[in-house]
Structure formats: structure tokens, C-alpha cells
Design a protein around this ligand. Sequence first.
Ligand SMILES: Cc1cc2nc3c(=O)[nH]c(=O)nc-3n(C[C@H](O)[C@H](O)[C@H](O)COP(=O)(O)O)c2cc1C
Length: 357
Amino acid sequence: MPSLFEPIEMGSIYAKNRVFMSPMTRAKATPEHVPTPIMVEYYTQRATAGLIISEATGISREGLGCPYAPGLWTQEQVEAWKPVTAAVHAKGGKIVAQLWHMGRVMHSSVTGMQPVSSSATKAPEPLHTYNGKQDPEVARPLTKEDIARIVNDYGNAARNALEAGFDGVQIHAANGYLIDQFLRDSANHRSDDYGGSPENRIRILREVTEAVIAAIGADKTSVRLSPNGDSQGCIDSHPEQVFIPAAKLLNDLKIAFLELRELGPDGTFGKSDQPKLHGPIRKVFTKPLVLNQDYTREEAIETVATGVADAIAFGRPFIANPDLVHRLEDNLPLNKDNIQTWYSRGPEGYIDYPFAR
Ligand SMILES: Cc1cc2nc3c(=O)[nH]c(=O)nc-3n(C[C@H](O)[C@H](O)[C@H](O)COP(=O)(O)O)c2cc1C
């Protein structure tokens, strides 16, 4: 029986345990999207995770509309990530960069450009900008030339991630951002090669994954999907018809691991009655599978021990417990995260959560 606290090899990435830190935007970079020294401290505190998946990180100016989120498209950004990855490695940790294009979930006041997506749709909710919340704008549907450019941007950002010292990358294909806006039929109304059939809606995921693999190798490439439920207006009428073939494709491309964020009927970070798909996905994706959302210590131990998944990614528990692995191993009480400081500026609620010892 594998244990949550045992190591696992995923492609070229050796994780010393199966308690992973899920990707979490914390908005501590500069307005130019350059990482800052406080991020070194934050990630270093959490280096006992088997693997840290970084906060979502922009692949390009046009793809990043989140105030104070970091990027990986300029040399300055690459240089500013180096102390983060070096400090995590010095503590014996591993870290991959989550690569992000936000698609329609952006406002022109942040990017200077009309948002883009698979189709001319809008994000469902007002968007964070440097001037408070603003109403979403109708996205410009991407042309095939645009798609080719964006695919190339993912490859460049992956190369930059390795130059910055990351152990690999995670392609963010979840949570209603650009790739998810192609995958799911509520957002994708195209009638060309990138819309309609599941195969067509998966096409951009395939092209992006192939470009990242060409840039850094499949053994350093991973993907995050959120197959069930509604994420920022992205929902599929038949999720199994698109996400099972997508997982099969990723298996054939031999990526290092696949992470699924799945919503349960009582989820505390979004909920859904659409069934979780990790069972059928496990059958077609035979490499390491990582599951996320709302896992308790007991569920995580059981899920790994019974072979339902190979590792569990924790989000909010890692915000509030830098030493989460130790606390889970010794069954110690957990600190509760404070939602008010998720995206605030400064050290409070970021690097001041107490360690158990
Ligand atoms: C503050 C915050 C920021 C987040 N940012 C991201 C992100 O950048 N990329 C991503 O894929 N998910 C993001 N998520 C989702 C988390 O990775 C995770 O899926 C969610 O917190 C559920 O897991 P949990 O129940 O263990 O907290 C974020 C969640 C929180 C609370």
C-alpha cells in the first residue's frame, strides 16, 4: 500500500512525499509582473511539500490580466524567479511553474488589450483590476494565427521556466481560463478545427502540450484540468466526452503527471453535482495522477493507499500551514486560512502563519 508520505517519481521529477501544494495566486509580484523577495520566503517555508506547483504565472503580456501576478516572458521575470527556485531547492524541495493564459477572464485596463477567447463571450463576473472590480468585456475570438502565436508563447514560457530553475511546468488548462474556454462547450461556440467535436475542442490543449514538450521534454511537463462543474462560466454538457479523450491524449504524450481539480456536491471552493471523473480518467491515464480540492488528512491517506490517486494537492491548507506535511504526518491541528489576506499586499497572511514546531 503506497503511503501519502512516501516518495514518488514523475518523469524527471522526484517528489519526496505525495503531499503537493496546489497552485495559488497570491498577487505579491510587481505591477510589471516581476516576482518579489517576499515570494522567496513564502515558497521556502513550504519546501517540505513533495512538490510545489507555483501560483499561476503569465506566459505573455497579452495573456496575463491579474494585478500583481508574476510572469515568465521577460528576462527580468526569469532572473527574479531564480532566488525562489534556488531557495526551494536548497531546502530539498521541488517546484514547477504553472503556465497561465487567462483568455476572457481579463480586463483591458490591466492588459491594454481586448480580452480574447475561443468565442465572443464574456467572463460571468466583474474582474479584479488595479482600479477595483470592473465589468467584463466581450472577448475577441482568436484567429488561427493568434492560436499559433499563443502556442508558441507557452513553449517560450516553458523554456524560461527551466532557465529560472523550475523543475518543470504545469499547463493551466483548468478553472475557466483560456484552454478551458476551448475545452468546454458552454464557452466554445466555434465551427472551425478548434470547436464542435471533443477532438476539435481538445486541439489547443494538444498543440500547447506538444509545444511545451518540444521546449522542455515530456518528463518535465504536467497539466491541470477541472473536468466537472462550473468554473467562471465554463461548464460542459457532457464532461466525460471531452475530458476522458483529453486524458488519453496526455497519456499518449507521456507527460509527467496530471492533476485534476474536482468539485464535490458539498465543495467549499465551488461545488457541483456533476460526477467526478477521476475513476474513468485513471483507466486511460496510467502515469501519476494527482487529485485536489477539499481533501482532509484521512481522505488523502486513504485515496493514496487504495491507489485511487498517486498524490494529493492541498491548496488552502498550505496557505495557513507552511509545515502541512509534518502536521499531516503527526496528525497535528491545522491553522485556518484567512480569506481576507489571500490577495492582500504585504506579509500578513502570507509568511506569518505559525509552524507547529
Ligand atoms: C487564494 C487562492 C488562489 C488560487 N489560485 C489558483 C491558481 O493560480 N491556479 C489554479 O490552478 N488554482 C488556483 N486556486 C485553486 C487551488 O489550487 C485549489 O484548487 C483550491 O484551493 C481547492 O483546493 P483546497 O480545497 O485544497 O484548498 C486558488 C485557490 C485559492 C484559495
